[in-house]
Design a protein around this ligand. Structure first.
Ligand code: HEC
Length: 229
C-alpha cells in the first residue's frame, strides 16, 4: 500500500464508526460477524494443488495427440483426399495399394465422358465414336490413356464409320487414379474384355507425354497401332 492511499483509509474508518449508530453495527459486532464469516472459508494453504497441474498436462497431452492425429490423417490437407478414387490405405498404414475399381470408374465415366460417348458406350452416330467394341479401347492401354489426358482431334475410323471431331483433354484435370478407374471401366464395360489399368501406368504415361497438346489420330496410331480391327 502506498502513502497516497493511507489518508483515505483513515478517513474511511471514522466514517464507518460514525455510521454505526444508524446501521446498528458497533465495531465489536462487525468483528464478530466477520469472524463467523471467516469460519466458513477454507484455510488458505501453502504450496499448490495437484489437480490443476494434472489438467494442464492433460490439455497439453491432448493438444499434442490432436496434432499428431492431424499430421497422420489429414493427408497434408489435400482437398482431394476424400475423392471417389482415393486409393485405399492399407489397414497397417503401409504403402498404398491401388485397386482399379470399375464401380468408381463408372461413376467417373458418367461425370466425364458419357455426355459425348453416352452411358451405353455406343456414342452418337456421326458425332461421337463408340467405345463399346472399339479397337481403340482394346489392346495396349497407352493409347486410350494418351487420348484421355491429351485429347484427340482429326479424322478417324471406328468400327467402319468415319468421325471427324475433337475430344477435349478431359484427363488433364483428372488424377492418375481417376483416369485409371475410368480406363478400367471402359475396357471392361459393354462386353469389352481388356485388362485393368493402374494409376502407376497412368502416371508413367502422363510423365512421358510432358506438355502435349491434342493428339491427331495419325500420331496416336503411329505410336500405338490398333491390334484389332
Ligand atoms: C466433349 C465430347 C467428348 C467427351 C466428354 C469425351 N470424348 Fe472421347 N471422343 C470424342 C470425340 C469427338 C472423339 C473422336 C475424335 C476425333 O474425331 O478425332 C473421341 C474419341 C475417343 C476415343 C477413341 C475413339 C473410340 O471411339 O474408341 C476414346 C477411347 C475416347 N474418346 C474415350 C473417352 C473417354 C474415356 C472419355 C472420358 C474421360 C471421353 N472420351 C470423353 C468426344 C468426347
Amino acid at each position: 500500500m502506498n502513502d497516497s492511499q493511507r489518508p483515505n483509509d483513515r478517513q474511511r474508518r471514522p466514517r464507518a464508526s460514525n455510521n454505526a449508530g444508524s446501521e446498528g453495527f458497533s465495531d465489536g459486532r462487525l468483528v464478530e460477524v466477520h469472524n463467523q464469516l471467516a469460519l466458513d472459508k477454507e484455510e488458505p494453504s501453502e504450496g499448490f494443488a495437484l489437480l490443476p497441474v494434472i489438467i494442464v498436462f492433460l490439455f497439453c497431452g491432448f493438444g499434442f495427440w490432436a496434432g499428431l492425429y492431424l499430421t497422420r490423417n489429414a493427408d497434408s490437407f489435400n482437398p482431394g483426399s476424400f475423392d471417389l478414387d482415393a486409393p485405399r490405405a492399407l489397414a497397417d498404414n503401409g504403402p498404398r495399394e491401388f485397386e482399379p475399381d470399375p464401380v468408381k470408374g463408372e461413376k467417373l465415366f458418367v461425370m466425364n465422358c458419357a455426355s459425348c460417348h453416352q452411358a451405353t458406350g455406343l456414342g452418337l452416330p456421326g458425332a461421337f465414336p463408340p467405345l463399346a467394341g472399339s479397337p481403340w479401347v482394346a489392346g495396349n492401354e497407352d493409347r486410350m490413356i494418351k487420348i484421355i489426358i491429351g485429347g484427340l482431334a482429326g479424322e478417324l475410323e471406328v468400327k467402319g464409320a468415319k468421325y471427324i471431331g475433337a475430344m477435349p483433354n478431359i484427363g488433364a484435370n483428372l488424377k492418375d487414379a481417376q483416369v485409371a478407374h475410368i480406363a478400367t471401366y471402359v475396357r471392361q464395360a459393354w462386353g469389352n474384355t481388356a485388362g485393368p489399368v493402374t494409376d502407376a501406368k497412368v502416371a508413367e504415361i502422363r510423365k512421358a507425354m510432358g506438355v502435349h497438346g491434342s493428339y491427331s489420330p495419325a500420331e496416336i496410331l503411329q505410336a500405338h497401332p490398333l491390334e484389332t480391327k
